[in-house]
Design a protein around this ligand. Structure first.
Ligand code: UD1
Length: 418
């Protein structure tokens, strides 16, 4: 086991380059299964979730070669099974994309019920309803989801809850289905557009991604492509919050500023300096941080994955802020850890009341999930004294080279074995 040890109180300065988007890459890599030729994917973040996906696909017969540290060549034409390793698929939520891709390509798939962050109830009913609408039968038994289809046929699928995973999974299943599939009330996150662009670059016919109606016309064959994953909106947001919390001056490079708007708007409201220059965003101190109210919403609303980070920042602002979590029913567990560091937060259902404090103090804390872990990094960097973060495997799932990036900004962090 390992932990992070942070000596806080340093002001972060300099620049940091954002890696490829985790939530796009975890869908694009399984989507290569659909292709009848090898594909090259660039800007793949080297994080634990990607390593797991690569293990799953290579166990199934895919040939995988790293052309450089973030560029991977995948040849999924030699896949010899539609059954995935229980050990690995149960470890991450996004393994569910293998189901949609395999169902589309081979008419069958079985995977373990997906794991991932524990954010409360994480059902898959919408994914299953979508597959069924396309003509598949889906059953859950022995901890597995088993999907079968003679031939998938396009249909209208209305999602009664906006779901990123269901939107992408149904898109994957529909790519080779006969005729037209229309997904209504689709999610609009940047990674949905990225997955659609990737599918289209292989010859798929997906229109409307980024709006709430996506139309997919089935095609028979998909051809080789060379594709680059978009930058990670949440990793970028994490470094922006780190800069704001420590009162530093940091340029976050390789971002798509449009994707960052819900976050930059909130930071500006809190009196953080935000300057956009092409594909870089400079974050700098303007004065004391102001309170703000935040409601998490599907894109283009404020992202739920930034919620633990903004709560950490609001803990250092003047006044009392209210944060409403509208996406996940149990995403405030980490506030107990922040409270150990001196934060004043009270939770009532899906509402957090955050009373700003003068300072946070170093403490042993847990990374209770991926973004909660990122919030502990921010809190540790700003706190007076030493913070030790345990259960850092959560952070490994989504942050590439986090120690190097923080050290380059002047933070003091070490990863040590325990
Ligand atoms: C994805 C992201 C995750 C982010 C979340 C919301 C990936 C790999 N993960 O998760 O980081 O926090 O989007 O932006 O991209 N729901 C149902 N039935 C379903 C599916 C979802 O009711 O079949 C509900 C969920 O309980 C939740 C809401 O829909 O309340 C949104 O979930 P969803 O967008 O599906 O999240 P994920 O795709 O799992």
């Amino acid at each position: 086991m390992e932990k992070y040890v942070i000596h806080g109180g340093k002001v972060l300065n300099g620049s940091v380059t954002v890696s490829g988007a985790k939530n796009a890459a975890v869908a694009i890599i399984p989507a290569v299964v659909l292709c009848d030729e090898p594909c090259i994917i660039e800007n793949v973040p080297m994080i634990r979730d990607i390593e797991i996906l690569i293990k799953i696909l290579s166990e199934m017969g895919a040939e995988i070669e790293f052309l450089d540290k973030n560029t991977v060549k995948l040849d999924c034409t030699k896949i010899h099974t539609t059954s995935c390793s229980y050990e690995y698929t149960s470890k991450m939520r996004a393994s569910y994309y293998i189901l949609g891709a395999m169902l589309s390509k081979y008419g069958q798939a079985d995977i373990a019920l997906p794991g991932g962050c524990n954010l409360g109830n994480r059902p898959m009913d919408l994914h299953i309803k979508g597959f069924e609408k396309l003509g598949a039968t889906v059953e859950i038994k022995g901890g597995k989801i088993i999907a079968r289809a003679e031939a998938l046929k396009g249909n209208n699928v209305f999602l009664d809850t906006v779901s990123v995973g269901a939107t992408i999974n149904i898109m994957l299943a529909a790519v080779k289905a006969e005729g037209l599939t229309v997904i209504e009330n689709a999610a609009k996150e940047p990674h949905i557009v990225d997955v659609a662009n990737f599918l289209n670059s292989m010859g798929a016919n997906v229109k409307g991604a980024g709006t709430d109606v996506i139309r997919i016309k089935g095609v028979e064959k998909l051809k080789a492509t060379h594709y680059s994953v978009i930058p990670d909106q949440i990793e970028a947001g994490t470094y922006m919050v780190m800069a704001a919390a420590t009162g530093g001056d940091v340029t976050v490079k390789n971002v798509i500023p449009k994707h960052m708007e819900p976050i930059t708007a909130k930071l500006r409201e809190m009196n953080v300096g935000v300057e956009i220059n092409g594909d870089a965003i400079r974050i700098f101190k303007k004065g004391p941080l102001n309170k703000a109210n935040v409601k998490t919403m599907p894109y283009p609303g404020f992202p739920t994955d930034m919620q633990p980070l903004i709560v950490t920042l609001l803990s250092l602002a003047n006044g009392v802020s209210t944060v409403i979590e509208n996406v996940w029913d149990s995403r405030f567990k980490y506030t107990e850890e922040l409270k150990k560091m001196g934060a004043k937060i009270s939770i009532n259902g899906n509402v957090a009341i955050v009373e700003g404090v003068e300072a946070l103090y170093g403490s042993p804390v847990l990374a209770t999930d991926l973004r909660a872990g990122a919030a502990m990094l921010v809190a540790g960097l700003v706190a007076e004294g030493k913070t030790e973060i345990m259960d850092i495997y959560h952070i490994d799932r989504g942050y590439e080279k986090v120690v190097d990036k923080i050290e380059a900004l002047g933070g003091t962090i070490r990863r040590i074995s325990i």
